[in-house]
Design a protein. Structure first.
Lengths: 524, 323
């Protein structure tokens, strides 16, 4: 998680950055982009993300990415748009609320069997019995094969993020292999990693956290750009050194070494932010149930200097409308609550509070005192917020607790303020989940009927312009009510040697994974 | 002195550990099922699975029945199921264990052996220049934590000189086999082993040296000298052997931590051991794995202490007379 930072990596990174300054910059040899590269090595600090079959990889983005080199979806995304994959044409019929996909005709599974519409039908039926954890297929009511290369999917209701959440995320399984598998999680044979993708599974080591893929020379959408792709495990702090010595071609890096890596000839790329840390507010409890009080909190916290201090400048200040300013769905008219402690105090006074001699507010003889709980990951952030709220006159009792304890306390509404982070701020379908859902990681705010209605309706609005209008209104209403306050969006960096042009996928890989390892980067 | 009484003491300790391991997750706030299975369960949990798990752990039964279910599962070698890895906890831990044993075991042997030899030599020459140099050098090394030494070694030999690998236990997909594979593994373990050895060397050295100085004053040393024994025999067989007892205790304590003793060093070198596994389990809140590791550590501490208790009378017969 991006929020996880402790002292050891920080110190190491700074030492490494210092050392890199003194290392001779070794220029990268230019490799002509048209020829096939022998090996391409990608560093990862965790390494093991599970056996790369759809049912065995771990429930984390990098697990999906390792699977996605082998298994493909009906449609896929590049840096800017949805592109054909196993389906080369599609159409939506409003009348019966269905999508018709015309499939590619020259596709073979890695074992040589032909890919047909039966595989697609099978996949959607199989996942009904054995749900694939990344994709919620419940919106698909039925599937039928019109002929050998045409499938029709009927949806139970119009669903705007259908490509993002379903068609572009659901890996298609070979029927001839999976039809007899009844415990897919424990199906760890070689057949479990037979797909249609540009790369063929060659090896996986759980202990060493390594993966090996070989080019699928009969790939239908072009030639694989690399003969052999390797994922190896390198600690995050050693990534710059591993890049410099040439043992890896790409790796994520810390902000502190960006300049050094660029001057050493590496390309550093960064994604539009999609992860946010937010202040969770118990809006069911006095005085936090008052909208004005929550707005006062927003005015009291200087999110701009928070980015400078807590993130050392590597991030973007939070927008109270949740969507990051860099998003295409961002509404520039969202109320921003620019830092204004005076305004915050005014709002609090308006609720009947008076300032005491010690600087704190009180009402009816009771001191204005709030608790703030957070996991140890957010210690710096928590201290910053405590200091800012104390400044306007709120007595804050800040405690770091074990993460699980924080979650259950927040889940049971046993808190005043808390800090939480989540990703996925790409496709606006996330808004409905993180505002209305009943779990601890959502704002659980359904008291504003207009907002609730818009959140539900935007999901079924198939007209993009109309949907965008709705998402804009949602941001304004949400920011007006402040049921939770987005504090910042951190920036992450990925360095590569340029032998393969890596890019961040539009709205993230599949349902929104901010990882620049789109399999199509590795196809010519 | 009875081994039987010893066994009873250890069994009681073992039971208390089991009880703690059982009760802790159930005391955490919120749903005990969540506490037992961590974050992943939230994702993987269907109503069917939930009722199955409640039944398996007898979570709807009184606490003592739950404990019965827990113990019976444990004695079948079932440490629980990790939803993160989608595998049984024992399998997950066993996969990482050999690498930890390799690194920690090697450094344990090296640091104990070197500590004893240097301690004997230093104590024998008490007050000399060699003694003072060794004492100062090792005392200052004693202050550094193992991961810091690891980091320094890694930066010097891995990054600046480029003669040691930056991470891992072997070169992935190098196609090596036989002798060259062994050499590759040795090359990868050199720095982690060196870091651990240096960090723990000083402890054994200081204790041996101290005991050595006391032993040298003992009357039996005078007798041995009077017998005209050679320097070597005096130093190692008479004084040395009698100086080893405290080091054995210390090594015993260390041996107990063999499973997690290299946690930080494993992180620095991305070495695929139990320490790495524990860290990852903490990050992903994989409680079943954390508990499994905890239980293993507790058991190995017990076994190591027990082994030391057995070994003592052999090294120093006076201990059995004392009872």
């Amino acid at each position: 998680m991006t929020g996880t930072r402790n002292l050891l990596p920080k110190v190491t990174t700074i030492i490494m950055a210092f050392i890199l300054l003194f290392l001779p910059a070794c220029g990268n040899e230019e490799i002509p982009p048209s020829s096939q590269i022998d090996t391409y090595t990608i560093a990862d600090s965790i390494g093991d993300w599970g056996y790369p079959s759809p049912y065995a990889h771990y429930f984390r983005g990098p697990g999906y990415v390792r699977m996605s080199f082998i298994f493909e979806t009906l449609v896929w995304k590049n840096a800017t748009e949805f592109v054909p994959q196993l389906a080369n044409e599609w159409s939506y019929k409003e009348g019966d609320n269905s999508y018709t996909f015309k499939l590619q005709e020259n596709v073979k599974w890695h074992d040589g069997t032909e890919f047909t519409a039966d595989d697609v039908v099978f996949t959607y039926e199989y996942t009904e019995d054995y749900p694939y954890q990344w994709v919620d297929n419940s919106i698909v009511e039925s599937v039928e094969a019109l002929d050998k290369y045409t499938v029709k999917l009927y949806l139970s209701k119009p669903y705007a993020p259908f490509f993002q959440d379903v068609a572009g995320a659901q890996p298609i399984l070979p029927k001839h292999i999976w039809e007899n598998v009844t415990v897919p999680e424990e199906f760890l044979e070689l057949e479990a990693v037979i797909g249609t993708g540009p790369y063929i599974f060659a090896d996986y080591s759980k202990e060493h956290g390594t993966y090996l893929y070989q080019a699928n020379d009969s790939y239908y959408l072009g030639t694989p750009a690399v003969k052999e792709i390797r994922f190896v495990k390198v600690t995050a702090e050693m990534n710059p050194a591993a890049l410099e010595e040439g043992s890896v071609n790409s790796a994520s890096i810390e902000a502190e070494v960006v300049t050094e890596m660029e001057s050493a000839g590496f390309t550093v790329i960064t994604d539009r932010p999609s992860w946010n840390a937010k202040l969770t507010i118990n809006h069911q409890k006095e005085p936090l149930s008052s909208k004005e009080f929550r707005q006062a909190l927003a005015y009291a916290i200087d999110r701009e200097s928070l980015v400078q201090i807590v993130l050392r400048g590597n991030g973007v200040a939070g927008s109270p409308g949740l969507m990051p300013p860099t998003s295409v769905w961002y509404n520039p008219d969202t109320p921003q609550y620019a830092y204004d402690p005076g305004k915050a105090q005014q709002l609090i006074e308006g609720l009947g509070y008076n300032r005491l001699d010690n600087g704190y507010f009180a009402r009816d003889g009771h001191l204005l005192k709030l608790s703030l709980i957070a996991a140890a990951d957010y210690k710096d952030l928590g201290q910053f917020i405590t200091q800012q709220l104390e400044q306007v006159g709120i007595d804050i009792d800040f405690q770091t607790l074990e993460a699980k304890t924080v979650d259950s306390k927040v889940g049971a509404w046993e808190f005043d303020l808390s800090i939480y982070g989540h990703g996925g701020l790409y496709e606006p379908s996330i808004l409905e989940r993180v505002i209305l859902d009943e779990s601890f990681n959502s704002a659980r705010y359904s008291t504003n009927n207009e907002l609730t209605q818009l959140l539900n309706e935007q999901l079924t609005e198939m007209d993009t312009t109309k949907r965008k209008d709705m998402v804009f209104q949602i941001q304004e209403l949400y920011a007006e009510d402040v049921p939770a306050l987005t504090l910042y969006y951190p920036t992450s960096y990925f360095a590569h040697d340029g032998s393969i042009q890596l890019y961040y996928t539009m709205d993230g890989i599949a349902i929104g994974m901010p990882i620049p390892l789109n399999r199509m980067c590795f196809v010519q | 002195m009875s081994i039987k009484r010893n066994l009873i003491t250890y069994s009681i300790a073992f039971l208390i550990i089991l009880l703690l391991n059982f009760i802790l997750p159930r005391m955490m706030p919120g749903d005990p099922l969540m506490a037992i299975y961590g974050d992943e369960a939230l994702v993987a949990m269907t109503p069917d699975l939930k009722s199955h798990l409640i039944e398996r752990f007898a979570l709807d039964k009184p606490l003592w029945q739950q404990f019965g279910a827990y113990i019976s599962a444990l004695f079948q070698g079932n440490l629980g199921w990790s939803y993160y890895y989608n595998a049984s906890v024992s399998k997950v831990i066993l996969g990482s264990l050999p690498w930890t044993l390799l690194v920690v075991g090697s450094s344990l042997v090296l640091s104990t052996f070197l500590g004893i030899v240097l301690g004997i030599e230093s104590g024998w020459r008490r007050g000399s220049k060699t003694d003072r140099a060794m004492l100062t050098g090792l005392m200052s090394l004693n202050g550094f934590p193992d991961f810091f030494l690891g980091l320094v070694l890694l930066i010097v030999f891995g990054v600046l000189l480029g003669i040691a690998p930056l991470s891992g236990a072997l070169t992935p997909y190098s196609g090596l086999s036989g002798m060259s594979l062994v050499l590759d593994v040795l090359r990868h373990m050199a720095l982690p082993v060196a870091a651990l050895t240096i960090a723990h060397l000083a402890g054994g050295y200081l204790i041996t040296r101290n005991t050595m100085i006391t032993v040298l004053k003992a009357p039996f040393m005078l007798t041995a000298r009077a017998k005209g024994l050679s320097q070597r025999v005096l130093k190692y067989r008479h004084a040395g052997r009698n100086s080893m007892l405290p080091v054995i205790t210390m090594t015993g304590i260390w041996l107990g931590r063999i499973v997690t003793g290299a946690l930080f060093v494993e992180l620095v070198f991305a070495y695929p051991g139990v320490g790495q596994l524990t860290y990852q389990a903490l990050l992903s809140r994989d409680y079943p794995v954390i508990q499994g590791v905890f239980l293993m550590v507790a058991i190995s501490v017990l076994i190591a202490n027990f082994a030391v208790d057995l070994l003592y009378p052999k090294l120093d017969p006076r201990i059995s007379y004392a009872h």
